[in-house]
Design a protein. Sequence first.
Length: 301
Amino acid sequence: MSNKRIIKDTVKKHIPQRHLSSIRIMYRIAMETIYGLKRTGLINIAIIAAMAAILTIFGALFRTSFSLSSFVDKLGDAFEISVYLKSNTDPVYMTTRIKEIEHVKKVTIITKEQAWSEMNKDMDVSGMENPLPDTLHVTVDDPKNISGVCDNIKKLSGIENMSYAQEIAKKLQTVTTVFNTVTVLVLVVVALLTIIIINCTIQLVIQSRKDEIEIMRLMGVSNWYIKIPLILQGAIYGFLGAVISLIPLNTVQNGLLKLHAFLNVSPSEFAMNTVVFCLFLMAIFFSAGGSMLSIKKHLQV
């Protein structure tokens, strides 16, 4: 008896029979999955390429949405509400009242003396009486909340006038809403396309192995033994498609980082990691789900 055979027998003795049986089953399932991929042939390339393309589109939109959120937050800080106080109003007291309003992030006091001093730097107004009011610059937590905060500030006594970039804030809010809606719609399209592609592929595999599957069923083979290789095959398509989509997504990431640097806006720290995690999770889940739907539809097991 060869040394190789002796070692193999020795190892077997130390492994419980149930574990050996489980290992054999997993091995056979893996081989059946590879066998299914081989049967599909060159169609595998087209399937993976299609998966990579639709995942790239979604990933690019998803990653861009993170950058857009960063830009909106940065611009939101610039959209201050200028609150002009009446001459007999205490700025400190009014600041306390405004800070109690929901969505108010920060309030900065600009006294009329400070404003007059700044104006003197730009033009010679010496000899004139200071006509400027005390001003409060109010920053909100989100540009979409500016209108609501303004309405609440107007209810306070001691307010002479108010102003803010209303039209710009509304347009910015509209752009953000539209972009987020498009991203969700693309996610739905990605899910549908993935399920359709995988469904057609698994159907082809089932048809090519129809007689073989029927024989296995007659032999009393477990339904899950027949199903799992097909589900794994779909999951592999999703996984490989996600891997390939990382190449163009890396280009998108580099472009967005350059844009962040140009605009001096800090990018989201975990944006790309979140996109990659969701991409793989979604690709594998939708692909495996498409396989399961196909099995339920075309294979009565």
